[in-house]
Design a protein around this ligand. Structure first.
Ligand code: ASP
Length: 424
């Protein structure tokens, strides 16, 4: 709780500094500068263009380096603090069923996201010029049949977690963190407590670095937008607009799915569900964080929906930490968009593996602003899509972050309503 209020303080500060407004202004300036440079392209010498491009992309590259530096520690510590925040009994009684429910809704989200991204194919509208190389994973090399499934499953348990950290193998890292988390819950309180404190500290240290790096974002956005538009002209604006549209459409479909669950299983009118949830949803939207909205979500669940305290007290905090359907949707559509931008053909198997990785990645995404895109970088890395791809979409990150956080919180409240009916 102490940690949470410190986090809320930091978020308040970030909002007060109006990062989103700065990003929006930087994006407009970047597009303007890019258009000017593009019109001057023929008059400028090649070396001057190269020098300019290098300087323009410097803040973006600096941001990426800082984020990559803490990425793994942030993911691992976030999952571990999520699991060790509850007790073994809580985890056994309600937690396992809630985890199963969270997994199903995340899979639905990723499946819908894949469909939307494939149908709209926003990346195909981006100009050619980006190049990437899809990394064949070990699993890709296995022929897919009943005999090989056990081997495929075993591969997600890392023989050497350090190796997984170096190669950025997200799926293995999430599995590793979950196993260690459950093992920590089996420790005696005296031994478990300092471990929990240390994990919280690691997560806070990483978040301090992320908050520092966020200050560079307006400059990164300006430079990246300018260099993309300067080299490719207005063509990329079309592709980027379609990408934003695809993510918003995906999130809207997810909302419809939740309202259906609430209506059919929870027996609550969807409009009244939204009205009762609005405080939590709007807070998540404005702070871009489901962690910041968590105390209000808890209040909404207990007071507005009259859900049993014993249930809400586990589902809301656990959901805020690991149930991120909006984030999974965003990561899935961004992943497919960037694969298209880099001209990579995703086969059925590699798409399937990437989607499983995204389900795991959304679980490992901390509930704070900008976390979704940071974790996306490691998903890209594990699939061979250049992590610099993140720079192509960073300009739109803030606004999409607000929408996906609001959906994440709606998903947690839906889980409460549904599980309250199912687990009688
Ligand atoms: N900000 C999101 C949340 O708190 C996580 C994300 O960045 O996707 O729910």
């Amino acid at each position: 709780m102490e940690n949470l209020s410190a986090l809320s303080e930091k978020l308040k500060h970030l909002i007060e500094s109006k990062l989103w407004a700065k990003v929006l202004i930087a994006m407009c300036l970047g597009i303007g500068l890019g258009l000017v440079l593009n019109s001057l392209k023929d008059q400028l010498s090649v070396s001057l263009v190269a020098t300019l491009a290098n300087w323009l992309s410097f803040p973006g590259k600096l941001f990426m380096k800082l984020i990559q530096m803490i990425m793994i520690a942030l993911i691992v510590s976030s999952i571990l603090t999520g699991i060790t925040g509850s007790s073994l009994e809580q985890l056994k009684n309600v937690g396992i069923k809630a985890l199963f429910y969270f997994l199903i809704t995340t899979i639905v989200s990723v499946a819908v996201g894949t469909l939307v991204a494939m149908l709209i194919s926003p990346g195909k509208y981006m100009p050619v010029g980006f190049k990437g190389e899809l990394l064949p994973s070990d699993t890709d090399k296995l022929p897919f049949n009943m005999a090989t499934i056990p081997d495929m499953l075993l591969r997600i348990i890392p023989e050497n977690p350090l190796q997984s950290m170096i190669t950025g193998d997200m799926l293995s890292l999430v599995v590793f963190s979950v196993i260690i988390g459950v093992a920590i819950l089996h420790l005696s309180p005296q031994i478990a407590q300092p471990v929990g404190k240390m994990l919280e500290a690691v997560q806070s240290i990483c978040m301090n670095i992320v908050n520092g790096a966020m200050k560079i974002v307006p400059f990164a956005v300006l430079g990246i937008m300018a260099s993309i538009i300067a080299t490719t002209g207005t063509e990329s604006i079309h592709g980027l607009a379609l990408y934003v549209l695809a993510v918003l459409l995906g999130l809207f479909l997810l909302l419809i799915f939740y309202l259906l669950l609430v209506f059919v299983i929870g027996k609550i009118n969807p409009i009244s569900f939204l009205k009762k949830s609005k405080d939590a949803i709007l807070l998540a939207f404005s702070t871009t964080s489901s962690a910041a909205a968590m105390p209000v979500s808890l209040n909404v669940a207990i007071v507005n929906f009259k859900i049993r305290k014993s249930l809400s007290n586990i589902i809301i905090p656990l959901g805020a930490t690991i149930n991120m359907d909006g984030t999974a949707m965003y990561q899935c559509i961004s992943f497919i968009f960037l694969a298209q931008v880099y001209g990579l053909e995703l086969g059925f198997l590699s798409l399937g593996i990437s989607m499983i990785t995204i389900v795991a990645a959304s679980i490992g995404t901390p509930a704070v602003p900008g976390a979704g895109i940071i974790v996306l970088a490691s998903v890209l890395q594990s699939s061979g899509i250049p992590t610099e791809g993140v720079m192509v979409i960073i300009g739109m990150e803030r606004i999409l972050g607000m929408f996906r956080s609001a959906i994440n919180v709606t998903g947690d409240l839906t889980a409460c309503v549904v599980l309250d009916k199912v687990l009688v």
